[in-house]
Design a protein around this ligand. Structure first.
Ligand SMILES: [Fe+2]
Length: 123
């Protein structure tokens, strides 16, 4: 069953999607898509855990404590800020810095990001 707000991944074609509701299983390339589990423990040399900082009018999210690579073959595809029942996503491209500013009045937020090699991470 698809889980609302779950991030699903196809290991064949590398596509990801976020479910906007609970529902039936989702298939891609003929297989059930994998529900990704959010990592929150660093295990590789690259740093992935999003760092959230309060800024004027919102929050700044940086991936990670040492900036993550943003190369064609290895980069952060998106950074998401979650604030209760709302979310904002910044889509990233190779060559950019893995940093996103989000405008919000929320006081409590969490963040997720997706690395095309190392998967889904949260803080
Ligand atoms: Fe990575």
């Amino acid at each position: 069953m698809t889980k609302k707000r779950g991030i699903y991944y196809c290991s064949d074609c590398k596509v990801t999607l976020e479910a906007l509701s609970d529902g039936t299983d989702v298939k891609c390339c003929g297989n059930d898509m994998e529900l990704l589990i959010e990592n929150d423990k660093e295990a590789s040399l690259e740093k992935h855990i999003p760092i959230i900082e309060k800024i004027d009018g919102g929050f700044k999210v940086t991936v990670g404590s040492v900036l993550h690579p943003m190369e064609e073959a290895h980069y952060i595809q998106w950074i998401e800020l979650n604030e209760g029942d709302k979310a904002q996503i910044k889509f990233m491209s190779p060559g950019q810095q893995p940093i996103a500013d989000f405008k919000t009045d929320a006081t409590e937020v969490t963040a997720r990001e997706f690395c095309n090699i190392h998967g889904l991470w949260k803080s």
